[in-house]
Design a protein around this ligand. Structure first.
Ligand code: BDR
Ligand code: CA
Length: 311
């Protein structure tokens, strides 16, 4: 079993990633931590609870983290994820959990208790992770693995022609993580934009006829109608693929590269840069990162559908 802490900003694809993680046999979803990104921190935290309530996993603790990026103003993405952040599905809010600790304390505490055993999957802006790293400079020795959904290496961005949303929202936090010694695997748009759910797939999911599949159907229907996704001919499920990499590395092909991010140019802000050598803008990078550059999308989508439709 992989002990997994999911950090994200639900968001439609984060919600699906949490459901997928909660239902996946080989994953032990130990906690969900939230960060401001697709929606405000408050909405993201409520949405994490809504989704865990839906899958009957309110035993999983939810902890709220940073309400804004390290140095920049938060710009949310309700135009992609809907007013409620979950594709206008308006899931009920379950009875709120007892006041739990904050996200950074939770992450640091988990790593101290189980050194080397916890996989962190970060699918929002990297603000919480950067805060945890600054708090715990030996985090590289304490964490099992860090899987990050973010960046665009050989493809254009999805917020600007250069930058992907999670990295663009908090580029300073991404810089801290990319320059760190953490064992990071990056799941960029290069692979997530190849991993598309089609209308046929969502009809198949709907066929399972459970409250969970009904939610997934409605949320993905909404997402498929987003003009950018209609143009792609399917709906990317970015964050779900990041969880998939925690389940089975065989879904993707990776290359070890130094990674950094533009923080000082307004036009290319948030652009991820990669190199085989740690010279120039990569001088501060302590280690190479596993960058996913290809994916067996058909195999992964099949696995996703089987997992979420299982009873
Ligand atoms: C990422 O940005 C968000 O909109 C999604 O939840 C995903 O984490 C894709 O760029
Ligand atoms: Ca996300």
């Amino acid at each position: 079993m992989v002990r997994l802490v999911y950090d994200g900003d639900p968001g439609i694809d984060d919600a699906l990633a949490i459901i997928f993680a909660a239902k996946c046999d080989v994953l032990d979803l130990e906690a969900v931590t939230t960060v401001a990104g697709n929606v405000s921190l408050e909405k993201a935290t409520k949405n994490a609870l809504r989704v865990l309530g839906l899958v009957g996993r309110l035993d999983v603790p939810v902890a709220a983290g940073m309400p804004h990026p390290l140095v920049r103003e938060l710009v949310t993405a309700e135009h992609v994820h809907g007013e409620d952040g979950l594709g206008e599905t308006f899931l009920p809010l379950p009875p709120v959990q007892d006041k739990c600790m904050g996200a950074i304390d939770l992450i640091v505490g988990k790593l101290l208790r189980r050194p080397g055993e916890v996989t962190l999957v970060a699918c929002g802006p990297l603000t919480n992770l950067a805060e945890a790293y600054v708090r715990m400079p030996d985090m590289g020795e304490k964490v099992g693995e860090v899987i990050v959904m973010g960046g665009a290496v050989n493809v254009p961005g999805n917020v600007t022609p250069y930058a992907e949303f999670n990295v663009h929202t908090d580029p300073e936090a991404a810089k801290i993580i990319f320059e760190s010694d953490l064992p990071v695997t990056l799941v960029p748009l290069d692979v997530t934009l190849k991993t598309l759910i089609t209308s046929k797939d969502i009809e198949e999911i709907r066929g399972a006829d459970t409250p969970v599949t009904d939610f997934i159907y409605r949320a993905l229907r909404y997402s498929l109608n987003f003009p950018g996704h209609r143009r792609l001919g399917g709906c990317p499920i970015h964050d779900v693929l990041a969880v998939g990499v925690a389940v089975d590395r065989g879904f993707v092909k990776t290359k070890k590269l130094y990674v950094n991010v533009v923080t000082d140019n307004l036009v290319t802000l948030g652009k991820t840069l990669v190199s085989e050598n740690n010279t120039g803008e990569f001088e501060e990078c302590k280690t190479k990162i596993n960058v996913c550059l290809d994916v067996n999308a058909g195999k992964f989508i099949r696995f996703f559908i089987e997992t979420v439709t299982s009873k």
